[in-house]
Design a protein around this ligand. Structure first.
Ligand SMILES: Nc1nc2c(ncn2[C@@H]2O[C@H](COP(=O)(O)OP(=O)(O)OP(=O)(O)O)[C@@H](O)[C@H]2O)c(=O)[nH]1
Ligand SMILES: [Mg+2]
Length: 428
């Protein structure tokens, strides 16, 4: 293992910058630079260049192997946050033969040393990317190892089932002391139910990561773009009393009570539009059909029937400052009336969805969950087939366990690793 280094904080001027060094030569090089540390230590140090000139006064820390993020000997220099100081320190580290870390390399070492499992690594990446409270909370759960904990629980049950089956193989020529099948089947079925639940929750978790979508739809001049601007608090879209003002889908990102939400403004629906406008209408409809919520706006308070698709349809009368028709929720982008109620409806629907979410957050998780679910179902079916030899059944079960293991990175993940780690920034 070579010793690697990188700037762990953002580049540019700051109060403090942190430069991280990890690997067997960390302490030795730190000492040459004037930071004489024991393996788990911290002190104020004077960092000097090879020609003896002072670079900076820095607070230096060391973390002993097994007690650091990477699991290796780590040294961190907390220097004054000046680009000149940072580049001088990085230059010295390089001159002493250490290597600049690749993106995510510190985290990769953390996983290789067993400090983190693969799901935690993904959680850490999401935690660094988290912009809203909901994203932070979700990423933190994954980072803390909730998914790994869940998998371990399932694994324990499946291993017990496998052990019971193996015992049956050993007894095959004698009388099996007890019929183990009911217990095996009960163990497998309970895990099946939980895996299914977790797989079902992935799409909603993905939304928390990547954002929910709320589309504004309705006829031209219904006030969609004006409402978008009102929600965004800025002029994101052009508005006018000319029918067909909006053509492209316009997106505005909002943080609604910690939930990341993208509001989509779409072209007004009408027939007899020119080619360009028609293209816009088609685009808008497509995006709206995939959205989590469609807000149908109509100044008259009358609405065409909508096709039942996934997601929620909200019917809202617009321009309520011109009078309300009663019944539907009504809003005015001029007076602001009804806007908070509309937001409350949106938030409570999305929050309700979140209640169904588990801790698996990615398509990769879903694929692994479904694969092991399918394998387990097959095992259960085999149990009921009297003609199948037990060793075949237990092989299926082992396969199911292996698929679960891939979820938290115990096996077969080498090619995935490059992809996951490359999403990290250098220094993490
Ligand atoms: N009085 C009143 N006028 C509004 C309100 N909302 C929008 N308008 C006006 O209605 C007209 C149309 O508004 P837009 O927001 O451009 O309508 P749109 O639904 O985006 O229309 P298209 O982009 O053509 O589909 C503009 O002149 C707005 O100023 C409102 O709440 N009250
Ligand atoms: Mg518009």
């Amino acid at each position: 293992m070579d010793t690697i280094f990188a700037l762990a904080t953002a580049t540019g001027k700051a109060g403090v910058s942190v430069i991280r060094v990890s690997g067997p030569d960390a302490l030795m090089v730190a000492a040459k630079m004037g930071a004489h540390l024991s393996d788990h230590d911290r002190k104020l140090t004077r960092l000097v260049a090879q020609d003896g000139t002072l670079i900076d006064e820095a607070f230096s820390l060391s973390f002993a192997p097994g007690r650091s993020f990477t699991g290796e000997q780590v040294v961190e220099f907390q220097t004054h946050g000046s680009p000149a100081i940072v580049s001088a320190v990085l230059g010295e580290l390089q001159a002493y033969g250490l290597r600049m870390a690749e993106p995510g390399e510190f985290t990769r070492r953390a996983m290789e040393s067993g400090t983190l499992d693969l799901a935690q690594v993904e959680g850490l990446a999401d935690l660094i990317d988290a912009e809203t409270e909901g994203q932070r909370r979700q990423a933190l759960r994954v980072f803390q190892g909730d998914l790994g904990g869940l998998v371990d629980g399932w694994r324990t049950k499946l291993i017990r089932a496998a052990a019971l089956l193996e015992a049956t193989i050993d007894f095959v020529d004698e009388d099996v002391p007890v019929d183990v099948y009911p217990e095996v089947s009960q163990l497998l079925n309970s895990v099946l139910v939980e895996i299914q639940k977790e797989a079902d929750g992935v799409s909603i978790r993905e939304r928390i990561r990547d954002g929910f979508e709320v589309a504004l739809v309705g006829p031209p001049n219904a006030g969609k773009s004006t409402l978008l601007n009102k929600l965004a608090g800025r002029d994101a879209a052009m508005t006018s009393d000319i029918a067909g003002t909006t053509r492209d889908v316009i997106e505005v990102k909002l943080d609604l009570n910690g939930l990341p939400v993208t509001i989509l403004d779409t072209a007004g629906l009408r027939t007899g539009a020119d080619t360009l406008e028609e293209m816009g209408i088609e685009r808008g409809q497509k995006r709206a059909s995939l959205a989590d919520i469609r807000v149908h706006l109509s100044p008259s308070g009358e609405f065409d029937a909508v096709q039942q698709t996934e997601g929620l349809d909200l019917f809202v009368q617009s321009k309520s400052d011109h009078g309300t028709k009663g019944g539907a929720l009504s809003v005015s982008s001029v007076t602001g009336e009804g806007i908070d109620e509309l937001l409350d409806k949106i938030i409570s629907h999305l929050a309700g969805q979140m209640a169904h979410a588990g801790v698996a957050t990615r398509q990769r998780h879903k694929v692994a969950l479904q694969a092991s679910h399918a394998m387990l179902r097959r095992t259960v079916a085999s149990l009921e087939d009297d003609n199948l030899p037990v060793d075949l059944i237990s092989e299926d079960l082992r396969q199911a366990i292996r698929r679960l293991d891939s979820l938290i990175g115990r096996i077969d993940v080498e090619n995935l690793l490059d992809e996951i780690f490359s999403s990290f920034c250098i220094g993490k």
